[in-house]
Design a protein around this ligand. Structure first.
Ligand SMILES: Nc1nc2c(ncn2[C@@H]2O[C@H](COP(=O)(O)OP(=O)(O)OP(=O)(O)O)[C@@H](O)[C@H]2O)c(=O)[nH]1
Ligand SMILES: [Zn+2]
Length: 359
């Protein structure tokens, strides 16, 4: 018997490749049902690839239900909608459908013909790949007789690996920081899809008692630039300071910028906020949910650090539930309200009123 080559990618590796191919604007072949489908990012598709996808007349555009609702398109597939695409689709038209930047200036985008029936699973898979690639969730999808040479093939069953990433500790080193000179930074790396995430160990937390912990999500604008539009920078600094004062703590820094939609999409959301939409509405118009983060990663990191009981600094009830689901006991919630100002007052109000953040 010939054993499979050790050089062939496994399911998690195929999935990570599929996401990076989609991010580049390359097509990915998705099989598993009766038919094989080609999928490509609508945002990244270059004119030649777009023409090749649409020339048979069988291509469709898959968008999320959030985007479809904004466009007033019938949703027959639950969390997504498929729109039939004309041959030689006009790129300006396509841009208007997938990107809400001009929704107010050009509210009429249709008419659209939404597809009913048939196999929606490959389109749903394509949208998930695009979310993970931090592109707009809009895919051009078409059935194919044969897969073009050089195009990566995945199967629908590979998609299960999206939620099966495990993180492994890579390195730990001392890192004196302003809040506490006796601190260290640890790096955790995924075995497949996803980014590296960090743990900042402030001081010497007493592991026999619940460890003061903060689960922070990357915010380039707030953490690095001192943006006044959110409260991330002040929360980050306050958490580190409070840990230092308490004698120790752990700040988990998850690289899930923009509540998991990536910095480019977050800036698209900011530009919609400049048009008057709030932070939640902006995400929805782009086709995303309110919050696309995976907080389970925080629990995974703590388990590896052998920390099982924590005092969690947060106002977000979803974080409490996520640690619970990972088997980490949250003994106490420590509220963290800092940094309110003129530019983020509405943002903080929306977090409280629409996203369920606690006092
Ligand atoms: N999509 C989007 N993300 C934003 C926006 N403003 C801040 N973020 C991101 O939101 C994340 C911070 O989340 P928040 O909702 O402020 O707070 P939280 O982490 O859920 O809750 P706390 O633990 O109570 O702070 C960071 O990843 C920011 O980059 C926005 O307007 N749109
Ligand atoms: Zn922020």
């Amino acid at each position: 018997m010939v054993s499979p080559s050790p050089f062939l990618p496994d399911r998690a590796e195929r999935l990570a490749r599929a996401v990076s191919d989609m991010r580049l604007g390359l097509a990915v072949a998705i099989g598993g049902g009766d038919t094989t489908w080609l999928a490509i990012s609508a945002e990244r598709a270059d004119p030649a690839r777009l023409d090749a996808m649409t020339e048979t007349g069988t291509a469709h555009l898959a968008v999320t239900a959030r985007r479809a609702e904004t466009l007033k398109i019938s949703v027959y597939d639950g969390d997504m909608a498929r729109l039939s695409l004309p041959r030689a689709v006009d790129r300006a038209w396509l841009g208007g459908v997938i990107d809400p930047a001009n929704d107010l200036a050009q509210p009429m985008k249709g008419p659209f013909l939404a597809l009913r029936g048939g196999d929606a699973a490959p389109s749903r898979a394509a949208l998930l790949l695009l979310r993970k690639a931090e592109l707009l969730p809009a895919a051009i999808v078409a059935p194919v007789e044969s897969v073009p040479e050089g195009v990566l093939r995945i199967s629908l069953s590979d998609m299960a690996a999206v939620s099966q990433t495990t993180l492994a500790h890579v390195v730990s080193a001392r890192l004196p920081i302003a809040a506490e000179v006796n601190s260290a930074l640890q790096i955790f790396r995924p075995d497949g899809l996803g980014d590296e995430h960090y743990a900042v160990v402030v001081g010497k937390p007493d592991r026999s008692a619940p460890v003061l912990t903060r689960l922070h999500s990357a915010c380039f604008t707030g953490d690095v630039l001192g943006s006044l539009k959110c409260d991330c920078g002040p929360q980050l600094n306050a958490a580190l300071r409070q840990m230092a004062q308490a004698g120790g703590g752990v700040l988990l820094y998850l690289n899930q910028e923009g509540r998991g939609i990536g910095l480019a999409n977050k800036m698209r959301a900011y530009s919609l906020q400049d048009q008057g939409f709030d932070t939640v509405e902006a995400n929805h118009r782009l086709g995303f949910d309110d919050d696309e983060r995976n907080f389970g990663l925080g629990g995974q990191i703590l388990r590896q650090m052998r920390i099982g009981r924590i005092k969690l600094m947060t106002n977000n009830p979803r974080k409490l539930a996520a640690f619970d689901a990972e088997g980490i006991e949250v003994v106490e919630r420590v509220p963290l309200w800092v940094g309110e100002g003129d530019f983020n007052r509405d943002y903080l109000r929306v977090k409280h009123e629409r996203s369920g953040h606690l006092e």
